[in-house]
Design a protein around this ligand. Structure first.
Ligand code: GDP
Ligand code: MG
Length: 163
C-alpha cells in the first residue's frame, strides 16, 4: 500500500513548489504568474522509509474569471476521489480569501482526511501565520515554506499519520 497524497488549493498558493520539493523533480511546472496551462502531475515522494504518491492538482487551464471557481471545484473533487489524504494549501502572506473558503466548504462536506498547510510562512511567527486560518474549520493550520523546506517533513508525517 502506497498512500496517495493530493495537494489542493487555489492557484498560486505553492502547490507545484511543494510537489517539486516532495518529488525532487521538475515534473510540475512552477510559474510566477497564473493563467498558464498546467497539467495534472503525479510523482513519488519519500519521507524516511515511507514512500507515497503525490498529486499536484494545479491543472488550472486558462479560464475566464467566471470559470475559475468551477475549475477549482472540479480539480478538488477529482483530488478527493483519487487520494487517501488531502493537503490543503493556503497562503500565509495573502491570508484567507473567498476561493479558500470555497475549497474548505467542499472539503468539509466531502469529508476526506485533510491537513491544512499554511505556505509561504518562512520568517513569520508560526502562531501569527496560522491564526486566521482556524476559521476554515479544518483543524490545526501547519505553517510551512515549500520554497525553503521549513515544516515540510512534519507536514507529511502528519498527513501519513492520519492513515
Ligand atoms: P500553484 O499555482 O499553487 O502551483 O503555485 P506555485 O507553486 O506555482 O507557486 C506560486 C508562486 O508562489 C511562485 O512565485 C512561487 O515561487 C511562490 N512560492 C511557492 N512556495 C513559496 C514559499 O514557501 N514561500 C514564498 N515566499 N513563495 C513561495
Ligand atoms: Mg501549480
Amino acid at each position: 500500500f502506497k498512500p496517495v497524497v493530493a495537494l489542493v488549493g487555489r492557484p498560486n498558493v505553492g502547490k507545484s513548489t511543494l510537489f517539486n520539493r516532495l518529488t525532487r523533480s521538475r515534473a510540475a511546472l512552477v510559474a510566477d504568474y497564473s493563467g498558464l496551462t498546467r497539467d495534472r502531475h503525479y510523482g513519488e515522494g519519500r519521507v524516511g522509509d515511507y514512500p507515497f504518491l503525490v498529486i499536484d492538482t494545479g491543472g488550472f487551464e486558462p479560464v475566464a474569471k467566471t470559470g475559475i471557481l468551477k475549475e477549482m471545484a472540479r480539480q478538488t473533487e477529482q483530488a478527493i476521489a483519487e487520494s487517501d489524504v488531502v493537503i490543503f494549501l493556503v497562503d500565509a502572506r495573502a491570508g484567507v480569501n473567498a476561493h479558500d473558503h470555497e475549497i474548505a466548504r467542499m472539503l468539509r462536506r466531502a469529508g476526506p482526511k485533510v491537513v491544512l498547510a499554511v505556505n509561504k510562512a518562512e520568517g513569520m511567527n508560526s502562531g501569527q501565520a496560522s491564526a486566521e486560518f482556524h476559521e476554515l474549520g479544518l483543524g490545526t493550520p501547519h505553517p510551512i515554506s515549500s520554497a525553503h523546506g521549513d515544516g515540510v517533513v512534519d507536514l507529511i508525517e502528519e498527513a501519513l499519520s492520519q492513515l
